[in-house]
Write a protein that binds this ligand. Structure first.
Ligand SMILES: Cc1cc2nc3c(=O)[nH]c(=O)nc-3n(C[C@H](O)[C@H](O)[C@H](O)COP(=O)(O)OP(=O)(O)OC[C@H]3O[C@@H](n4cnc5c(N)ncnc54)[C@H](O)[C@@H]3O)c2cc1C
Length: 322
């Protein structure tokens, strides 16, 4: 039985922990946030909750589909049967995926919570350093030092954050340093009336926005008209250092084309590492000599499914080496 410290309780960390635990190993998760799920999350506000990160999940790989079906049986996900479209700058076209759009119920963060059941986890623990000593790996968190010893450490945070923790003698540090992400400015808007927009969610091209959705049209949501707007990845990258007030104004100006109603409240969030640039298909990497692993969506595909497959692959690599 191997003891494994996993830094990050996003989907890749949870998948790695779950697979290790199901095979008799002893994973322990650490996350700087107060909740599970990483970028698959929900913001609680005075005017209701918003899913401001990942919007919906698709499951194309049968292994991930099995996980989604288990989550469905536990009432942690449901199909989002809305009307979806693409706005090309002039007109809307309906988009019909052949796969189901799944969402967490009653909110996206329910998925991470459901996957975490039974797994040892230290939330609100930002790991600031990892050290190898004679008897194994130790972690230092902002709130507690000398956590360990562990036989192995898996790092699942976005590349630049992972590189800051990995030692220079491991090849994983250089890999992590080169992983790339697009940022995303997100606006969460609450309205006092229903907007006259025929779609529940639509992608946009040729716009400052890339996605807009009626968040309360997802199953199990509380009442109240709430929209989530995501700015285009290139625009977000070019305007990463805008102040929040300017980002809000520009995003709302752009959405004005679809509704002249003024939101009663707006919250803005800047995702510095939102969508990873597609990985080279390795899914996860293990430095056997050091006892260190690296996984996450950036080594796989820039989606929740990609993150899950990456974490699962990481566990398989570790178990082969044990
Ligand atoms: C705006 C947005 C929209 C998206 N839309 C979709 C979508 O519609 N569909 C889809 O499939 N995917 C979507 N994605 C992508 C999807 O959310 C990610 O691919 C996936 O959640 C990544 O999971 P992960 O485990 O690799 O990383 P993360 O979710 O980033 O998990 C890493 C974890 O590490 C933690 N962490 C970081 N540093 C430390 C530290 N020092 N100590 C402790 N913990 C640390 C973080 O708190 C986080 O919980 C979207 C993402 C964003 C941001």
């Amino acid at each position: 039985m191997a003891s494994v410290a996993i830094i990050g309780a996003g989907i890749s960390g949870l998948a790695c922990a779950k697979t290790l635990s199901e095979n008799g190993h002893a994973p322990t998760l650490f996350d700087k946030s107060r909740g599970f799920g990483g970028r698959l999350c929900t913001k609680r506000t005075a005017l209701g909750r918003f899913d401001h990160g990942a919007q919906y999940i698709t499951a194309r790989d049968p292994r991930f589909d099995t996980v989604v079906q288990q989550l469905r049986a536990a009432d942690a996900v449901a199909a989002w049967d809305g009307r979806f479209g693409l706005f090309d700058g002039c007109d809307f076209q309906d988009t019909n995926l052949t796969t189901t759009r799944w969402v967490g119920t009653p909110r996206m963060s329910a998925i991470g919570r459901a996957l975490s059941v039974g797994l040892p986890c230290h939330l609100s623990h930002r790991i600031v350093a990892i050290r190898k000593q004679n008897d194994g790996w130790y972690l230092d968190a902002d709130v507690e030092s000398n956590l360990g010893p562990f036989d192995m450490v898996v790092v699942t945070c976005p590349g630049p954050q992972a590189a800051a923790l990995l030692p220079s003698y491991s090849f994983l540090r250089e890999v992590a340093d080169h992983l790339e992400y697009f940022p995303c400015w997100a606006a969460m808007c609450a309205y006092s009336e229903t907007l006259k927009i025929d779609y529940d969610g639509f992608h946009l091209n040729k716009s400052l926005l890339s996605w807009a959705c009626r968040d309360n049209s997802k199953p199990g949501r509380e009442p109240g008209e709430r929209w989530v707007l995501h700015a285009d990845p290139d625009w977000s990258r070019d305007n990463l250092e805008l102040n929040a007030a300017d980002a809000e104004r520009l995003i709302l100006d752009s959405f004005h084309e679809f509704s002249e109603s003024k939101p009663s409240q707006v919250y803005v969030h800047r995702w510095r590492y939102a969508l990873s640039v597609e990985g080279d298909g390795q899914a996860a990497l293990f430095d056997e000599q050091a006892g260190l692993g690296l996984c996450g969506d950036a080594l796989s595909t820039p989606k929740v499914e990609g993150a899950w497959l990456s974490g699962h692959k990481m566990a398989e690599l570790l178990m082969t080496a044990i």
